[in-house]
Design a protein around this ligand. Structure first.
Ligand code: S3P
Length: 427
């Protein structure tokens, strides 16, 4: 697809609902018997995978605009699916449901697209097996398809080897079935939406560095009407577009600013970017209004350590922002990028370098130097939504490019182009 965005970006908008929270709202609403309404849901392809799987399990889910109405008979009445449960491109669907399905009284099979087939599953299979789950994966329990047989799930005391909210949440969702205590120790915090949202649906748990779930928590889940905050990971593309495009000033309403997700705001501030976060309120999850203005003369920065999980999905668009700094920026401690929808160290570096930017890959991240000498105008999302959107934002600097597999953006941000148009961007 030919993309050629031209700025400035001006005005205000609401970004689409948060992907991580929409998945969780659908999961918790489906477990609880009764009607739950999810407002402001994200209906991108990933969340639709989760919705369609619960439909296959016998939950009635209606969609009208961005409102999702879940009428569930409750998890005890889930019916055995006659087909493989298709998780599409969604790592969150695959891993979170791997946890939940372990305690159901029938067999299920989870499988997704080619990208899901390459992503590591041992990280969920291993702790779930420790909980007595009867789960197996292809290639010696390392990959999908995942086959899950009924089992009596036991408690676990688990120290997380990687900062991963998907692994943590898989354990918590299996743990909802457990007769014993589930304790998870997290040295580096990962996004905590499972912990913030479970109490809204009736399950109280201890949180912090040690997370403790009560036994048989699944019995306590009750319906809840959740209003999904805007996705900071989608807002990130608009924020960076405004920062790098002369004359831009945008206001984004009701963006989720959970402290486990707001690393990009910290980075923009460290780089000297003109950003304000105002009117913060607590709606179960913190939300705020974000104002961003064009900023010349951005400073280079080094990102590492505990900051990385707080911005892991924003690295592609942060890397583009860093190309506009007046010195070399460094991202390290980010090996996890290699196991996302694509190897994002490789895809970010290779695609931005094709557009003439100056990036080099390192074993655990990348270095981003200023300057640009365009090589080609043909780039590729490699089927990765965040790479596709980052490349579209790059056209504000480069002019027209041809992005192969641009449709992949529908995974998380189907209205991406419309949202830019709303802010006055011309195509
Ligand atoms: C997510 C967790 C993160 C993130 C993904 C969504 C979630 O993955 O990258 O986009 O909703 O739990 P990891 O758990 O693999 O870090």
């Amino acid at each position: 697809m030919h993309i050629n965005l031209t700025g400035p970006l001006k005005g205000q908008t609401h970004v689409p609902g948060d992907k991580s929270m929409t998945h969780r709202a659908v999961i918790f609403s489906s477990i609880a018997a009764g009607r739950s309404i999810i407002e402001g849901a994200l209906l991108g392809e990933d969340c639709m995978s989760t919705i369609n799987i619960f439909r296959q399990l016998g939950v009635t889910i209606e969609i009208s605009g961005n409102t999702v109405t879940v009428d569930s008979p409750g998890f005890k009445q889930f019916t055995e699916p006659s087909q493989v449960l298709d998780t599409g491109n969604s790592g969150t669907t695959t891993r979170l449901l791997a946890g939940l399905l372990t305690g159901l009284p029938f067999r299920t099979v989870l499988s997704g697209d080619a990208s899901i087939g390459r992503r590591p599953m041992k990280r969920v299979i291993a702790p779930l097996k420790e909980m007595n789950a009867q789960i197996s994966g292809s290639y010696h329990d390392t990959r999908t398809p995942l086959i899950i047989e009924p089992a009596d799930i036991t408690g676990i005391h688990y120290a997380m080897p990687v900062a991963s909210a998907q692994v943590k949440s898989a354990i918590l969702l299996a743990g909802l079935h457990a007769a014993g205590d589930v304790t998870i120790i997290e040295k580096t915090a990962s996004r905590n939406h499972t912990e913030t949202m479970l109490p809204l649906y009736g399950v109280e748990l201890e949180t912090g560095e040690t997370i403790k779930l009560p036994a048989r928590g699944i019995e306590h889940l009750k319906p809840f009407d959740f209003k999904v905050p805007g996705d900071i990971s989608s807002a990130a593309f608009l924020m960076v577009a405004a920062l790098i495009t002369p004359g831009s000033a945008v206001t984004l309403h009701r963006v989720g600013v959970n402290p486990t997700r707001d690393g990009i705001i910290e980075v923009i501030k460290l780089m000297g970017g003109d950003i304000s976060v105002i009117d913060q309120t607590d709606e179960g999850e913190p939300v705020a209004m974000i104002e961003v203005r064009y900023t010349p003369d951005l400073k280079p920065v080094t990102l590492e350590g505990d900051l990385i999980p707080r911005l892991i999905d924003e690295v592609p668009i942060i890397a583009l922002l860093m190309t506009q700094a007046n010195g070399t920026s460094v991202i390290r401690d980010a090996e996890e990028l290699k196991v996302k929808e694509t190897n994002r160290i490789d895809t970010v570096v290779s695609e931005l370098n094709r557009l003439g930017f100056n990036l080099s890959a390192t074993p655990d991240g990348m270095e981003i130097a200023p300057g640009r000498e365009q090589v080609t105008t043909r780039v590729d999302s490699h089927g990765d939504h965040r790479i596709g959107m980052m490349l579209a934002v790059a056209t504000l600097i480069t002019g027209e490019v041809e992005i192969a597999d641009f449709d992949s953006i529908n995974v998380s941000f189907p209205g991406f182009m419309k949202q830019f148009e709303q802010l006055g961007v011309k195509e």
